[in-house]
Design a protein. Structure first.
Length: 95
C-alpha cells in the first residue's frame, strides 16, 4: 500500500472534507491504484524523449484570409424584419 486510510483521513481533514469510513476505504483504494500506476510509469525509460505540453500535436485550423466580394446591401437587407438608416433594426434589449 502506498497510502493508508489514516493519511486519506488526514488530507481530508486539511481540505475540510468529511468522509465516512466507507468513503475513506474507497478513496484509499483508488488513490493507491493511482500511485501504483505512477510508480509503474516512473520505471519507463524516457531517455532521449523530449517533454511535451500536449499528448497530441496541435495545429491551427485557420483558413487563409482572402478578399472576396461581399453581398450587395439591398440583398442583405431583403430579409430584415425592419430597417432604419440602412441597418437592421432590432428590439431594444436593455432599458
Amino acid at each position: 500500500m502506498k497510502i493508508t486510510k489514516e493519511e486519506v483521513g488526514y488530507v481530508a481533514h486539511l481540505a475540510r472534507l468529511e468522509f465516512s469510513d466507507e468513503e475513506k476505504e474507497k478513496f484509499t483504494s483508488q488513490l493507491n491504484d493511482i500511485l501504483l500506476y505512477m510508480e509503474k510509469l516512473n520505471r519507463v525509460d524516457t531517455t532521449g524523449v523530449e517533454p511535451l505540453t500536449h499528448a497530441t500535436f496541435l495545429s491551427n485550423a485557420f483558413r487563409n484570409d482572402e478578399v472576396k466580394p461581399s453581398l450587395p446591401h439591398d440583398l442583405s437587407m431583403a430579409n430584415a424584419p425592419e430597417e432604419r438608416a440602412g441597418s437592421f433594426r432590432v428590439p431594444k434589449v436593455i432599458e
